[in-house]
Design a protein around this ligand. Structure first.
Ligand code: FAS
Ligand code: PHB
Length: 390
């Protein structure tokens, strides 16, 4: 089998790149180790930056997002028993974010791929990239015990943090940077109306909490929990009680609770691999970087990587120029590090760090109080939250 671009990973990165390539007439194959339903069963991100919305439109996969997504013009920070709205639209000259679950984004991209005949190989085992140091790269994978090979011009690792692409790069060719946070996020999805029209990020001495949503009837909530916790150890009532304790009185009293339809704990880390290109292998999305979800950047960074890489590949195949792909890693990392910084800063500002004691809590509250009363500080948060330019 042969293709022009072989993509490992059928998550948002791989599917978005695959669709943009297909629309541009560039042949590609997407492989994943699991199947479509398994991928759609993962509950992850919920906030799309305008750049991501634009890319989904460019991929001609944005119709349902515009019909069902919810445009948010602001977000709130809660601390010291009250909450303060950050007017994203006013502070950024009109920019907004769209609430539309990653699951739906992935579903729409899968449907679009099926409509346009893109080849996807699910349940591909032991996928491995080869030969990318030279100009004849190829991928091997196993299906029902038989090994298969796909020859290609380029391999793109969209296979997430634990995938084989980055793992295949020799240690002396890659530098990684990592910070692991001493807590996780316990997330609950429930078919209950959201407690607020917009998101609320709460700093509380008991720990961080986030009130998010997927629609006007489906809510997504998170609370900071010890890394050692197990989701199954948390009852629904225990979760709702702890969430109430961390919210301002108004929201705690108006919170509508119900049975969880999904409950999971996500570890928090910051991670960046440099560079993001190794000969004819490129890394994109979580394969190259991970951010704590506090800044709602993970999925959106995957989108900006794909934007830069697609532009480079389109230039390579359309004009015979390698300038775009040669500059991919530099361009992508420049935006990645700014988002890594923002996600780190939001995490340090909003979470409880017991080792910092009561002084640390007071410093966080002072910074939040300054932030919500300073136009300059609020504008800085707003422009990072809605997404820095591609
Ligand atoms: P993905 O991890 O989504 O996709 C990688 C794909 O590669 C998967 O389908 C996997 O099956 C496949 N793969 C892996 N190994 C393979 C192999 N050996 N062979 C073949 N295929 C292989 N971001 C936010 O903005 N907000 C959030 O709240 C948020 N919550 C998250 C919770 C969790 C538990 C995790 C893990 C991430 C969360 N993220 C969140 C970040 C997340 O949304 C990612 O940024 C996003 O999924 C990135 O998309 P991809 O790069 O496509 O990687
Ligand atoms: C979500 O809805 O899953 C979500 C929203 C905002 C974040 C993180 C997660 O910062």
């Amino acid at each position: 089998m042969r293709t022009q671009v072989a993509i490992i990973g059928s998550g948002p990165s791989g599917l978005l790149l695959g669709q943009l390539l297909t629309n541009a007439g560039i042949e590609n194959i997407v492989l994943d180790r699991v199947d479509r339903n398994y991928i759609l069963g993962r509950i992850r991100a919920g906030v799309l930056e305008q750049g991501t919305v634009g890319l989904l439109d460019e991929a001609k996969a944005g119709k349902r997002m515009h019909a069902e997504g919810i445009v948010h013009e602001g977000t709130s920070l809660a601390f010291n028993g009250t909450h303060h709205r950050i007017d994203l639209k006013e502070l950024t000259g009109g920019k907004t974010v769209t609430i539309y679950g990653q699951t739906e984004v992935t579903h729409d991209l899968m449907d679009r791929r099926s409509e346009t005949g893109g080849a996807t190989i699910y349940n591909a085992k032991n996928v491995q990239p080869h030969g990318y140091e030279g100009d004849r790269p190829y991928i091997t994978y196993e299906m029902e015990g038989i090994e298969h090979r796909i020859d290609c011009d380029f391999i793109v690792g969209c296979d997430g943090y634990h995938g084989p692409s980055r793992a295949s790069v020799p240690e002396n060719a890659i530098k990684t940077y990592e910070k692991i946070y001493p807590f996780g996020w316990l997330g609950v999805l429930a078919d209950v109306p959201p407690v607020s029209d917009e998101l609320i990020y709460a700093n509380h001495e008991r720990g961080f909490a986030l009130c998010s949503m997927r629609s006007h009837t489906r809510s997504r909530y998170y609370i900071q929990c010890p890394s050692s916790d197990k989701a199954e150890e948390w009852s629904d009532d225990g979760f709702w009680d702890e969430l109430r304790r961390r919210l301002p009185k108004e929201q705690a009293e108006s919170l509508i609770t119900g049975a969880s339809i999904e409950k999971s704990i996500a570890p928090l880390r910051s991670f960046v691999a440099e560079p993001m290109r190794f000969g004819r292998l490129f890394l994109a999305g979580d394969a190259a970087h991970i951010v704590p979800p506090t800044g709602a950047k993970g999925l959106n960074l995957a989108a900006s990587d794909v934007h830069y890489l697609f532009e480079g590949l389109r230039e390579f195949y359309g004009e015979g120029s390698s300038a775009g792909i040669d500059d991919y890693s530099r361009r992508a990392l420049a935006r990645v590090w700014k988002a890594v910084r923002f996600s780190w800063s939001m995490t340090m500002l909003l979470h409880r760090f017991p080792e910092n004691g009561e002084f640390g809590q007071k410093i966080q509250e002072a910074e939040l109080d300054y932030l919500v009363h300073s136009r300059a500080a609020s504008a800085a948060l707003a422009e990072n939250y809605v997404g820095l330019p591609f």
